[in-house]
Structure formats: structure tokens, C-alpha cells
Design a protein around this ligand. Structure first.
Ligand SMILES: [Zn+2]
Length: 228
């Protein structure tokens, strides 16, 4: 049975929930965070702060290459295109899609897990809310896991506890794992980097797609809680 885990940690709602989930299941937990061009500094600060609060190591990897590779709405904060609009070259995918991004992140995580002798990688990928991202789907992660293990003679498992959860169910899981307060007070998902507006569901502008998704999930979670 696995005893140690590396959580791919953005400091957002999903990966904070995953971190709580992992801390309740593994003896040793570490986190890695990717610093890439389109991220707000605030996301990195919140990731660092949450890791400190929960007492887990947090290694930050700089991945500037996405500035060169990406051609998306998320890259540039001044870009006003709807991130859910169609990708210009791949009409089936949202404009925010960055090819091979998760493949790259998970490859780095897999290498770092070997360096730190961690036998499991936990990611918050989810195919429910943003089903437009093909690299958030289970068959992709399973095949990458197999390829990376073959390529380094290792046996590291990928776990993704949120894969089929709605945002409301993710709030419920955060509560169950004892990290709901941290999700609300510290996790950051707002695309506009807003931290000075507190809503029932946490901090953010309240208008961007990430805030709207989170707010909608919170409403459903409250409704679910009241029905029980
Ligand atoms: Zn927002």
C-alpha cells in the first residue's frame, strides 16, 4: 500500500481539496506548483501559503515555455475573448486549451516524485466542468502513467479523486476532508486575480468563468446540504 504522495498543487479549489484528501490518506505528502506565464502571482502566493498552513513542502517549478507554446485566452490578462469560446484551430476545444500542458506537468511531477521517493501522484483533474480539455480525461492520464512508468522503470500511481465530481461535490469533499475553510479563505481560482472581494464561496471578481463556476457550485452545495 502506498504511503507517500505528491500533489500537483495550483492553490485553487480543486487541488486544495486534493491536498486535504491526500493528507488524510498518506503518511508523507509533498506538493509541486507550476509557475507559468499566464498565472497571476497571487495564485502562487496562495499555493505557498496553503502549503505552509498545512505543513507540507511546496516546490515551485518555473515553466516559461508555455508563453511560447500557448495561443490561448488565459495567456494574456488583457485578452477579452471568452475562454469558453471555441479554440481557433480546434473548434471542438475551448480557447483556453494549451496543447500538452498536462502531459508536461505530469511528466515533471513523475520525475520529481522519483527524486523524492514518492510513490503516488495526486492531481485534481476533472472531466465534468471543463469537459472540453482532452488532457483532463481518464484514458489520457492512464496512458501517460503507463508511458512514464515504462520510460523510467518506475511504478508510480496517478490518482485523481475529483475526476467525476461536480464543483458542488468538490465542496462537499473539501468539507469531508476537513479543508473547506481553507478552500474558502485561501484557495484562489479567479482568472482576474481578485483577492479583495469575499463572497460566500471565497474570494474573486465574481464575474470571470472560474468565479461563476465556483459560485454556481457553492449554491448547489448549499442546496445539497440543506436537503440532507
Ligand atoms: Zn474571477
Amino acid at each position: 500500500m502506498s504511503q507517500s504522495a505528491l500533489v500537483v498543487f495550483s492553490g485553487g479549489q480543486d487541488s486544495t481539496t486534493c491536498l486535504g484528501w491526500a493528507l488524510n490518506r498518506f503518511d508523507r505528502v509533498e506538493t509541486i506548483t507550476f509557475d507559468y506565464a499566464q498565472r497571476h502571482r497571487i495564485e502562487l502566493q496562495q499555493a505557498r501559503a496553503i502549503a505552509e498552513k498545512l505543513g507540507v513542502p511546496n516546490e515551485i517549478f518555473r515553466t516559461d515555455i508555455f508563453a511560447q507554446l500557448a495561443d490561448t485566452a488565459l495567456l494574456d490578462a488583457t485578452d477579452t475573448r471568452d475562454i469558453n469560446a471555441a479554440h481557433h484551430a480546434k473548434p471542438n476545444l475551448p480557447a483556453s486549451f494549451v496543447p500538452n500542458r498536462n502531459a508536461f506537468f505530469f511528466t515533471v511531477a513523475h520525475a520529481y516524485a522519483q527524486k523524492r521517493a514518492l510513490d503516488t501522484i495526486v492531481t485534481g483533474i476533472n472531466q465534468t466542468d471543463y469537459s472540453g480539455y482532452p488532457d483532463c480525461r481518464e484514458p489520457f492520464v492512464q496512458s501517460l502513467e503507463q508511458a512514464l512508468n515504462l520510460g523510467s522503470e518506475s511504478e508510480i500511481r496517478f490518482l485523481y479523486p475529483l475526476i467525476r465530481l461536480s464543483k458542488a461535490e468538490t465542496f462537499a469533499l473539501a468539507e469531508k476532508e476537513g479543508v473547506l475553510d481553507i478552500v474558502l479563505e485561501m484557495s484562489h481560482t479567479c482568472y482576474n486575480g481578485v483577492r479583495d472581494k469575499r463572497h460566500d464561496w471565497g474570494y474573486g471578481c465574481g464575474k470571470c468563468p472560474a468565479c461563476r463556476l465556483r459560485a454556481k457550485g457553492w449554491e448547489e452545495y448549499i442546496r445539497m446540504s440543506n436537503e440532507q
